[in-house]
Design a protein around this ligand. Structure first.
Ligand code: K7E
Ligand code: CUA
Length: 664
């Protein structure tokens, strides 16, 4: 209150609304509002306590916020081209977006999962899914660069992805859309869905040290829609749980036809067993085609490799891998509590939240307590797997996270609120309105063994007018609640980029100090690097012209280039030879049909340019880098195709020829 007086009226309004829902009058009004402002206030120059990594939905990117302030720190491009820094436009990053369908400059990014060691966040990498053209990416949290993208064969709608095991042994990715396997003739009638379509779960191995991914094996499954997933932990180590809808196997008007059954499933997968079968050679080799793209920080260059084989295990033939557990009405979220004993299924259309017990599931499997099978996979009796039901939680439960104090918090899409309940007695403890239909929520470490139950952040599904109007589309939003006390307290709204889905948050100390400040120029192994101005040059190979260029405050070398001809393909290989934190330079040239480059100190980045006319083309640095940034520029002369002008280049020596009046 003392600090930000002008926020008070707005905060009081929020406080009053909260007060209407809170049980205890002491929580109403001024008390909340005044201390809400103080709780999210980070003084200028001070760092936030948490990083919040938020999926960008249809933007294809991930954005990074500081919490509790809600300040946007960075947008990390993953699956979409990003003109802001040239990702997907530079020659070095184009291969990152290669797929078996060719270059794909966009995707729909829903879920993020931070790497873990012993079930706790280790701050090394964050994994991201692409829904549309199925891919999984790994972002390196020392550089905040997308380091690797792997495409998934036999897949469509890569939604229950990417979820990791306790020690990041595997990243797992399940298909939302079943399709005919890639090696089968896919030219089939759509209404032969039940016969020809298959679901697939990919197990992507992650190298302990380098993080490098590889598809270890895939599990072929019945043609249900896998929606979400989480791995077991503690006692349920070695297991994975997937929510499944469309167990009706409908192929049209799913809205009606996939909502018929009273219960769909959670599929429990014994991945240790699957791994055993895989190692024992029980899988079938299948020919497929998928891209594996890797960004090498030594060459600052990505390469794309096509792989042609995958090992597929059949969940129907190989017993003891998969079990179905009935779960009410089109489950969406599938969340495992910090102890690993409770599995929470959130049925979008259900009026309760079922909580399953891992030990009861194990007993039911041993006792073969099945009600039958579904496509050859045993279905465990609901009551035998159930720990209990949370009654009247609210309407439209979607996702659940855990506070580490034995409580769960679930988002309610339809009743627009979050609901806190106790895992032991399944009693509702508190509810708080979110003022919009929420989707995912995130507690720092909320899906790990050790949540930090200080805050929950709740992301919108349906945008509401929480901010100034911006035309037909309203701002996407997140809300931050303090959950450290008995009652949840709304502290802050902040806008997000793209439609937010899952998010992760982690104590800043785990990542902050490992952040790379600049790339060492002596370690730069880019084939077209210039390590100093003295090594800059221009090499013509037929119609390909390679310009070896350096950027340093505040000039570009070379800055006068002649001898370029129509029909040339010019590659500007720009090396930023600064060796200091926070001195990027940019590069752009008139008429370039892509985007600028933003080159970090010690990095080399290449812009391809094909002049479309004869004339003089200026180029310049796009990032304000010094008081003389505006001077950081140059010219290219383009001559007709048959011209005899030789290649020439210089900086500071090509002095004015004419002795005009101004020069005297
Ligand atoms: Cu938005 Cu995780 Cu795609 Cu739920 S999903 S909300
Ligand atoms: Cu370099 Cu501006």
């Amino acid at each position: 209150m003392k600090k930000i007086k002008n926020l008070l009226p707005a905060l009081m309004a929020v406080g009053m609304l909260l007060g209407m829902h809170a049980c205890k009058p002491k929580n109403a009004g001024n008390t909340i509002s005044s201390d809400a402002a103080g709780k999210v206030y980070i003084a200028p120059g001070k760092y936030d306590e948490f990083y919040n990594f938020v999926s960008g939905g249809f933007s294809g990117q991930m954005s990074v916020y500081g919490l509790p302030s809600g300040r946007l720190l960075k947008v990390v491009p993953i699956f979409s081209v990003n003109p802001e820094n040239g990702y997907g436009y530079s020659e070095e990053t184009k291969p990152m977006l290669m797929t078996s369908h060719g270059f794909i400059p966009w995707d729909d990014q829903h879920h993020l999962d931070l790497s873990q060691t012993n079930g706790e966040i280790d701050g090394r990498w964050i994994f991201a899914n692409a829904n549309n053209t199925p891919r999984v990416a790994r972002v390196d949290l020392t550089t905040f660069h997308t380091a690797e993208i792997i495409e998934l064969p036999n897949s469509a709608g890569n939604h229950s992805s990417p979820f990791i095991t306790e020690n990041t042994e595997y990243v797992v990715a399940g298909t939302r859309f079943s399709v005919p396997p890639d090696d089968k003739n896919g030219d089939v009638a759509i209404n032969t869905y039940k016969d020809n379509f298959k679901g697939t779960i990919s197990f992507i191995s992650v190298d302990k040290n380098s993080g490098k991914m590889d598809i270890a094996f895939q599990l072929q499954c019945p043609a249900v829609n896998f929606d979400l997933s989480h791995s077991g932990k503690g006692p349920s180590s070695g297991w994975f749980f997937f929510s499944c809808y469309n167990t009706e196997k409908a192929n049209t008007l799913l809205e009606v036809n996939a909502s018929k059954r009273d219960k769909d499933f959670i599929m429990a997968v014994n991945w240790k067993k699957a791994e055993e079968y895989f190692k024992a050679g029980k899988g079938r080799k299948q020919s497929v085609k998928y891209a594996h793209n890797f960004y090498d920080e030594k060459t600052h260059t990505a390469t794309s490799e096509f792989k042609t084989e995958v090992i597929v295990l059949d969940s129907k033939e190989l017993k003891d891998i998969c079990y179905f557990i009935p779960c009410p009405k089109s489950p969406h979220g599938c969340d495992v509590d910090p102890t690993g004993e409770y599995i929470v299924g959130s049925g979008k259309l259900a009026a309760l939240i079922p909580v399953f017990s891992f030990s009861k599931i194990q007993n039911a499997i041993s006792a073969k307590d099945f009600i039958g099978d579904y496509d050859g996979i045993p279905v465990i009796k609901y009551e035998s797997a159930l720990y209990g039901e949370v009654k009247k939680p609210g309407l439209g439960p979607l996702h659940t996270e855990f506070d580490g104090r034995g409580n769960a918090i679930t988002t309610m899409f339809v009743s627009s609120e979050i609901v806190k309940w106790n895992l032991k007695d399944l009693k509702i403890l508190d509810r708080a309105p979110t003022f919009y239909s929420p989707g995912h929520l995130c507690i720092p470490g909320g899906d790990t063994k050790k949540p930090n139950g200080k805050y929950v952040i709740v992301y919108n599904k349906i945008t509401k007018d929480r901010y100034l109007p911006t035309g037909p589309e309203l701002a996407q939003a997140a809300q931050l609640f303090d959950i450290s006390g008995e009652k949840m307290q709304l502290l802050l709204d902040f806008p997000t980029i793209g439609e937010p889905h899952y998010a992760q948050a982690v104590q800043a100390s785990l990542i902050r100090d490992k952040s790379v400040k600049f790339f060492k120029i002596e370690d730069n192994n880019h084939p077209y690097v210039s390590k100093g101005e003295g090594t800059t040059k221009i090499v013509r190979e037929g119609n390909k012209v390679h310009v070896y260029m350096t950027l340093i405050r505040s000039h570009i070398t070379p800055d006068n280039i002649e001898g370029i001809k129509m029909g040339d393909e010019v590659y500007f290989h720009t090396t930023n030879i600064e060796q200091d934190w926070d001195v990027p330079h940019g590069f752009a040239i008139k008429g370039a049909a892509n985007a600028e480059l933003l080159v970090m100190p010690g990095e080399t980045s290449t812009l391809k340019w094909m002049p479309d006319r004869v004339g003089i083309f200026p180029f310049y640095c796009t990032d304000f880098c010094s008081a003389l940034h505006q001077e950081m520029s140059g010219y290219v002369r383009v001559s007709p195709a048959g011209s005899k002008i030789p290649i020439s280049f210089s900086t500071g020596t090509n002095m004015p020829k004419s002795d005009s009046a101004e020069n005297k």
